[in-house]
Design a protein around this ligand. Structure first.
Ligand code: IVH
Length: 706
């Protein structure tokens, strides 16, 4: 424990001199472990070992009160929350961007916007293009022109308070410059490091014997998230502004004008930026920046396009987490050559067997890659990928690395064609490919384990999904911990998590005594679980891991049904495909028959229902609130039919939904309003028969304004 391998002297036998020396050593050691844990995310000792060192320190201090040091680790206990930073809820969410790789995606982007806004063909759609800096985004809040808070993006809704660290960045203005500044302004932008600064920093770290950062992006992230702002201050970080959150007054009519205001306030902007009048100009800009990329002082991974007119940005709004009015056009993926050591099979939460390539480590675009996805067995057969092959791997942004091709000329003699397993490697059950099309006999691409509940990997993956960030968001539970909990039978299904603490209290092997855990980390885990006993309905649904039900669909369902009980009742009734409940389900815009069937099947399975009911007993599920409850259409079901004249169908739907209405595709007794334009046919007729209120487009606009 004291680091020299010898058994420690019992505290009561320590001489004063020994005690002083050991306290000194412990203070330095624990401070270093704290730093590695919080600042580097790279603990060097297990939690148990860490706890033991702290306990030893406390015991020695208790005996030699006069030897307690100014830098005693005891003084720091609880000073930092588990992540080291306080949480900040962003006044407006920090969004991400949709990605495009091909020129056609850019043309589609422009066409989609024109359609959504019903732009006349003579009308010019001006789009601003800027470089896409590869750093990490941050939000700076100014009140009365003074910087009051700086935060990381976090999950987009809640970030970390890194105010003091951001204050040390020289291109972050402490106060806004210019003749007139808004009362409130949240500036969003990128914190990054230039390539030469990064190289110099790594050289210095090499000389000091410190771990090197992999690339400028990681280096910027690590430097910003230092517990001690003095460390951040020594790092060559920079900031570029490119967007805003809450703002007390308009910054202009266009993004271009807003940029000019940003410059007046004292921010550095992404340059070169250009206003483009059509897709050709955007693509020309993209090519120029791509060619100039090696000469730029910092890493960029593409360019960003933004609709210039801010009133159009408002109308376009958002889909899930990205704005409709912006697009990231990424540069082609970087590639490298390496050896594929072997192919392994992973089992997902729905039983899908996914082949993974284990590679000789290779650096691709600044990141060391050791694994690549192989998608499915057809992909392996098509590319004829074999263990031992020399392969080309590529990495694009956050995407999992992929194998582009095999360099067959390097293939060793005797390399065997890969045989995809027909049984699950985790539980030995048959693994089968379902028939996708009964007529042609065409099979699904994915082979699935039929083991269901008995398959340990499926169970572990389901639990992993359950605790993941967008689901129950329980920190401190990674794959290793969950797999251990599962095999030790501590946690077999989600509800067990919420009984963990109570069980632990009566246990002969409390968690804190287990390998890799300590009092502190076990306590933190129980607290993290406790904090999730209340959960919004959409997260609850998403967490169940039902096939095809991602976050967006979970939200749709939550909004449509409101409460968990309503969902359960509806799913049970919807087992009758002729009944009204099934029709209602299909009537939710965005839910097609594939999704509806997956849902009904999931809830019809007795063991799934058991899991849900068990969990329901442990947590409080918050009813989904219809957004903007004050709107006259919130909670109402609306059907649009016929031709709309002042807006596209897409915009009408998005507007109705943003006001809390449900938009349905067909008219039923449950429809509240039918908005009918010229050419409306059978839906209008049905509305009249059922006595549903019918509005013209003009009525509708007046109505939603009221
Ligand atoms: S605009 C609502 N502009 O790229 C739109 N983002 O992949 C907010 N990024 O999270 C983003 N350069 O961290 C914007 N010129 C630029 C950017 C940029 C880099 C980053 C940003 C964002 C990510 C999305």
């Amino acid at each position: 424990m004291s680091g020299d391998g010898a058994a420690p002297v019992p505290v009561e036998k320590l001489t004063k001199k020994q005690a002083a020396a050991e306290l000194k050593r412990l203070a330095a050691g624990i401070a270093e472990h704290d730093r590695l844990y919080h600042a580097e995310d790279a603990p060097a000792v297990s939690d148990a070992e860490y706890d033991a060192q702290r306990r030893r320190n406390d015991a020695i201090e208790a005996r030699f009160r006069d030897l307690i040091r100014a830098d005693s680790p005891g003084g720091r206990v609880g000073a930092a929350p588990s992540s080291g930073f306080a949480k900040v809820t962003h006044a407006k969410p920090m969004l991400s961007l949709g990605n495009a790789f091909a020129d056609e995606d850019v043309a589609d982007f422009a066409a989609r916007i024109r359609r959504f806004l019903s732009l006349h063909e003579d009308e010019t759609l001006v789009v601003v293009a800027e470089p896409k800096i590869d750093g990490l985004s941050a939000s700076l809040r100014y009140e009365g022109g003074q910087l009051v808070r700086g935060a990381t993006r976090g999950d987009g809704l809640v970030g970390e308070d890194v105010t003091e660290n951001l204050r040390t960045v020289s291109s972050v203005p402490q106060r806004l410059a210019g003749a007139h500044v808004p009362d409130v302004l949240e500036v969003r932008g990128e914190v990054y490091m230039q390539r030469d600064d990064f190289a110099a920093l790594n050289d210095a770290r090499a000389v000091a014997g410190e771990a090197l950062y992999a690339n400028p992006r990681n280096s910027a992230a690590g430097s910003l998230r230092q517990i001690d702002p003095a460390v951040t201050a020594e790092r060559p970080l920079r900031f570029l502004g490119y967007a805003w959150g809450e703002v007390s007054e308009e910054l202009g009519q266009t993004y271009w004008e807003a940029r000019a205001r940003f410059a007046e306030f004292g921010f550095v902007l992404n340059e070169p930026a250009r206003r483009c009048a059509d897709v050709e100009e955007l693509l020309a800009y993209y090519s120029e920046i791509y060619a100039a990329r090696p000469e730029l002082p910092y890493d960029i991974d593409g360019v960003v396009y933004k609709v210039d007119r801010l009133d159009w940005q408002d109308r376009l709004g958002f889909v899930t987490r990205s704005p409709r009015w912006a697009l990231a056009h990424k540069f082609p993926a970087e590639q490298a050559q390496t050896i594929l050591r072997k192919i392994e099979i992973q089992v997902g939460r729905t039983g899908a067997l996914t082949p993974v390539a284990r590679l000789e480590p290779v650096t691709v675009g600044g990141v060391v890659v050791t694994n690549a996805t192989l998608h499915n067995e057809e992909e392996i057969a098509r590319k004829d990928i074999r263990a031992g092959d020399t392969v080309v791997v590529q990495r694009a942004g956050d995407v999992i690395p992929q194998i582009v091709k095999v360099l067959k000329e390097h293939r060793k003699r005797g390399a065997r064609r890969y045989k995809f397993p027909k049984v699950c490697p985790a539980c030995g059950s048959q693994a089968v490919r379902d028939v996708r099309d009964a007529k042609t006999g065409e099979e699904e691409k994915v082979r699935r384990c039929t083991g269901g509940l008995i398959c340990p990997e499926q169970a572990v993956e389901r639990l992993r999904h359950f605790v993941s960030r967008d689901a129950f968001d329980i920190e401190g539970l990674g794959e290793k911990q969950i797999a251990a909990f599962w095999s030790e039978k501590r946690v077999q299904r989600p509800g067990d998590l919420f009984r963990l603490r109570e069980q632990d209290e009566d246990s002969d092997t409390p968690l804190a005594s287990c390998e890799g855990w300590g009092e502190q980390s076990a306590g933190n885990l129980f607290d993290a679980i406790e904090a999730r006993r209340t959960i919004p309905l959409a997260r609850f649904i998403f967490a169940l891991g039902i096939r095809h039900i991602g976050q967006a669909n979970a939200r749709l369902l939550a909004r449509s049904y409101g409460t968990l009980d309503a969902v359960l009742a509806a799913m049970s009734e919807a087992r009758d495909p002729e009944g009204e409940a099934y029709a209602d389900l299909l009537n939710i815009e965005g839910i097609g028959s594939k999704l509806a069937d997956a849902l009904v099947q999931f809830f019809a399975e007795p063991h799934n229902l058991d899991v849900v009911l068990d969990l329901k007993g442990e947590v409080a599920v918050e009813a989904a609130e219809a957004p903007a409850a004050q709107s006259p259409v919130s909670g109402k079901t609306v059907v649009f039919t016929g031709t709309l004249e002042t807006m596209s169908r897409g915009e009408a739907k998005a507007q109705a939904e943003s006001l809390g209405a449900k938009v349905a595709g067909s008219v039923s007794k449950k429809t509240d309003y039918v908005v009918a334009g010229p050419g409306a046919g059978s839906k209008l007729k049905k509305a009249r028969e059922l006595g549903v209120a019918v509005l013209s487009e003009e009525d509708w606009r007046a109505f939603v304004r009221s």
